[in-house]
Design a protein around this ligand. Structure first.
Ligand code: K1U
Ligand code: ZN
Length: 167
């Protein structure tokens, strides 16, 4: 397994729309394992392939306390949404920034697993928020885009400065 480099906002590659995965191969399974290792090491509760510069529709999530409920979602689709919830979100591609975002409270999701089989589940709480945040990544959207233009500009300036200082 390997730790992957996570793209940092405002990297333009974070705005790439990811392509569906046609076949779940050993290469895909290897990437999923590397993404999980990268997410746990960060540490984070989710990671989208987009964030490691692989523009295919796969995400990994583990919102459990003990970090023992890893979910891999390939070609995830939200089938239904209801309610609204505001939650303070973070992002491994936007380090040190936490801002409230409004999302659907309950969702129904369909995806493929690592055996290429379709599964469905319903989610609420942090899992529902995380699935929506990660699917946004696959659609080329970073959570700061829900914020005002002024906040986005401030975050961009701060992160560009931080990145220059660590070069
Ligand atoms: O997409 C990402 O960058 C992962 C992101 C997922 C997420 C978190 C919170 C709300 C919505 C989406 C993160 O994991 S940020 C880090 C984080 O939230 C966390 C880190 C360690 C322990 C618990 C949470
Ligand atoms: Zn993120």
């Amino acid at each position: 397994m390997a730790l992957l480099k996570i793209l940092q906002y405002p990297d333009k590659r974070l705005h790439t729309v990811a392509k569906p995965i046609e076949t779940v191969t050993d290469d895909i399974r290897r990437l999923a394992a590397d993404m999980a290792e990268t997410m746990y090491a960060a540490p984070g509760v989710g990671l989208a392939a987009t964030q490691v510069d692989r523009h295919i529709r796969m995400i990994v999530i583990d919102v459990s306390e003990d970090k023992n409920h890893l979910l891999t979602l390939i070609n995830p689709v939200i089938l239904a949404k209801d309610g609204e919830v505001v939650h303070e979100e973070g992002c491994l591609s936007v380090p040190g920034i936490y801002e409230p975002v409004t999302r659907a409270e309950h969702i129904k999701v369909r995806a493929l697993n690592l055996d290429g089989l379709t599964y469905q589940f319903e989610a609420e709480g942090l899992l529902a928020i995380c699935v929506q945040h990660e699917i946004d990544h696959l659609d080329g959207k970073v959570f700061v885009e829900y914020l005002s233009r002024l906040k986005q500009d401030r975050i961009r300036t701060k992160l560009v400065k931080q990145q220059r200082e660590t070069m």
